[in-house]
Design a protein around this ligand. Structure first.
Ligand code: CTP
Ligand code: MG
Length: 599
């Protein structure tokens, strides 16, 4: 894999870590001047949070159980091998129950893994060390366990909030700012969601550790950038860490390595192998799909124990640094994430975004649009600093080079950012949301490009309808896929939204007030109102109106009510998009073992 890594970052000549650092030292001119030892730490860095989450995943296991009632027995059984920090319960969409157990230390969780047995019925099944397990029922007399010292930390911890409840809660809010905050708090990816995503990453890492030295599997994208909602997908990147130790030429014993031969690029071939391994060796991984001819080759799969759709790629560190950048912006001001959530949700409701790839805008560029808006200097100043400012305050410790020598250097520790560079604008969420729509309603999409690097609109370098500069690779446009029609729709929808929100700011809480008009589909609202007032009988057909038989009318009404509820359920509970397969052979799954008995 180190051969692979070199071939990617090199584009020709070999590079050592020291060379990388000295090269990027030249790029970044502004380190070493500052002394920050006296600055109090208000912000955690992305790396600190990621390290905490990775460590948490290393001392955790996910166990399939029969139900929540298995808690006492599981706690008692595991306590024989290790001390338990806490247990979280959740159900997947297959109605199967799982418990995520966090132990005190990684060593202790290893003790538990080493105490595992394999399935005894199927001789064809070959077990492997994976943090996903199941809890076998005992035959005969049950062991007596002590009463657990703690209770379940969460029950059904992965259930998203019911749409109707969310809408009702939002309708009962005091004001629009509270609605925006509430929508964020009730739909954001929760602690268990993040833990499970790190467990999925850890599973791959653990399985591949025997094949590749120094491998790390990192989550990136919305699962970790602070803008993820419950059920969001998981972007994963396989990387090889080349630390000083691994590059130390004074070490005389060197790994014999294997060069990847063949017509296609080496990482494409390794990704093929990853696909095979996912199908054959990774419990829970199903519906594996290889997309190897894309600019960034990926393998998609669905993790059925956690209900997470995963996109696994190789050595795409710029994606990780991009997530870090978004995370830092989100952590700098508490208004950033709620505002982005409502904008993403509005875009989904009006059909500007769509889960499938296409000629429309996606969540990532939409998030950049929100950040760019928050960088605008109003009369009070801005909410967020430009990326240029973050680069300006970067230190030696912030130097990062991604694949193809992409310079991803910017300030990582927000405690070091002078407080007069951000947060002067104190407007509430309601004002910011309205201003967001007004800003883009007037934005000159024809001539201008959006650049969070500059924090001001710049001239468009080409005639593509929408131009949003890729912050880490400024020659690229992250919205180059967006068609003229989709850009026109975007312009139209921001104007509509500005009008709708502004018209509703008269203090009256009419139906669909505040953000409800933006995030609830009108068709659904109309139908819901009909049902809410109990007058769905108005929907009986003309033919039925001429029928005198009261009993029959009641039956018709009941039938209509139930049909209407089904229609609403279909509109509201849009089925979770499944990965589409071009080739059904590729989609073939490894047979999931039927367990005889799980407790
Ligand atoms: N990314 C990037 N450059 C792009 C597109 C994506 O660097 N042109 C990175 C970003 O870090 C982004 C991540 O890849 O967050 C994952 O992309 P995607 O899944 O499209 O966006 P998410 O932010 O994960 O949002 P979603 O919830 O829609 O998956
Ligand atoms: Mg994603």
């Amino acid at each position: 894999m180190s051969v692979l890594f070199q071939s990617i970052i090199n584009t020709g000549k070999p590079y050592s870590l020291r060379q990388i650092i000295s090269k990027s030292t030249r790029i970044c001119k502004c380190f070493s001047k500052r002394k920050f030892s006296d600055i109090s730490r208000k912000f955690l860095s992305f790396d600190e949070v990621a390290a905490q989450r990775r460590a948490e995943a290393k001392r955790s296991l996910v166990v399939q159980v029969n139900s929540e009632a298995s808690f006492n027995e599981l706690y008692g059984y595991c306590s024989k091998y290790a001390s338990v920090n806490g247990i979280h319960h959740y159900k997947n969409s297959g109605d199967e129950h799982f418990m995520l157990i966090e132990f005190k230390t990684e060593e202790e969780s290893k003790n538990v893994i080493h105490s595992c047995s394999s399935h005894q019925k199927d001789v064809d099944v070959m077990a492997l060390h994976s943090p996903f397990l199941w809890f076998r029922a005992v035959s005969g007399k049950k062991e007596a366990f002590q009463i657990p010292k703690s209770q379940l930390m969460t029950t059904k911890g992965c259930n998203s909030i019911d749409e109707d409840n969310l809408i009702e809660e939002l309708a009962n809010c005091e004001d629009v700012s509270e609605q925006i905050q509430q929508m964020h708090d009730r739909t954001a990816l929760n602690d268990l969601g993040v833990r499970l995503r790190y467990m999925v990453a850890r599973q791959i890492e653990r399985i591949f550790e025997s094949l590749y030295a120094n491998i790390v599997v990192r989550p990136f994208g919305s699962s970790v950038n602070g803008f993820g909602k419950m059920g969001c997908d998981l972007d994963l990147v396989l990387t090889n860490i080349l630390n000083e130790e691994m590059c130390d030429s004074s070490k005389r014993l060197v790994y014999q390595e294997k060069k990847c031969e063949g017509g296609r690029s080496p990482w494409q071939r390794h990704m093929e192998l990853v696909g095979e391994l996912l199908e054959l060796r990774v419990p829970g991984a199903t519906r594996v799909q290889r997309i190897l001819h894309a600019r960034v080759p990926i393998v998609k799969y669905a993790h059925e124990f956690t209900d997470v759709d995963c996109d696994l790629c190789y050595n795409n560190m710029s994606g990780v640094y991009m997530s870090e950048l978004l995370w830092l912006y989100g952590s700098l001001d508490p208004r950033v994430r709620p505002l982005t959530f409502v904008v993403r949700r509005w875009a989904q409701t009006v059909g500007l975004t769509n889960q499938h790839p296409g000629r429309w805008i996606t969540n990532f560029p939409l998030t950049l649009m929100v950040l760019f808006f928050l960088q605008q200097k109003g009369k009070d100043g801005c909410v967020l600093p430009s990326l240029k400012t973050l680069v300006q305050y970067a230190g030696k410790e912030d130097i990062r080079l991604a694949e193809e020598n992409l310079n991803c250097t910017f300030l990582r520790d927000m405690n070091k950012l002078p407080t007069d560079t951000y947060g002067q604008n104190k407007a509430n969420l309601e004002t910011l949301l309205l201003q967001f729509f007004e800003f883009y309603a007037q934005f000159d999409f024809h001539d201008k490009a959006i650049s969070i690097n500059e924090g001001v609109a710049i001239r468009k370098p080409n005639t593509l309808p929408l131009y949003i500069v890729n912050p880490l690779e400024q020659a690229l446009n992250v919205s180059r896929n967006v068609s003229y029609e989709e850009c026109e729709r975007l312009k139209l929808e921001v104007r509509n939204a500005a009008w709708l929100l502004d018209a509703g700011l008269d203090g009256k809480k009419t139906d669909g007030w505040g953000i409800l008009g933006l995030i609830e589909r009108k068709s659904t609202r109309g139908l819901k109102n009909l049902l809410k007032v109990g007058n769905s009988h108005r929907l009986v057909s003309v033919k039925d109106l001429f029928n005198n038989d009261d009993d029959k009318i009641e039956k018709v009404k009941a039938k209509r009510d139930s049909e209407m509820k089904q229609v609403l359920a279909q509109v509201d509970n849009k089925p979770k998009e499944k990965i589409k397969f071009k080739n059904t052979q590729v989609a073939s799954e490894v047979y999931r073992i039927r367990r005889d008995k799980i407790i």
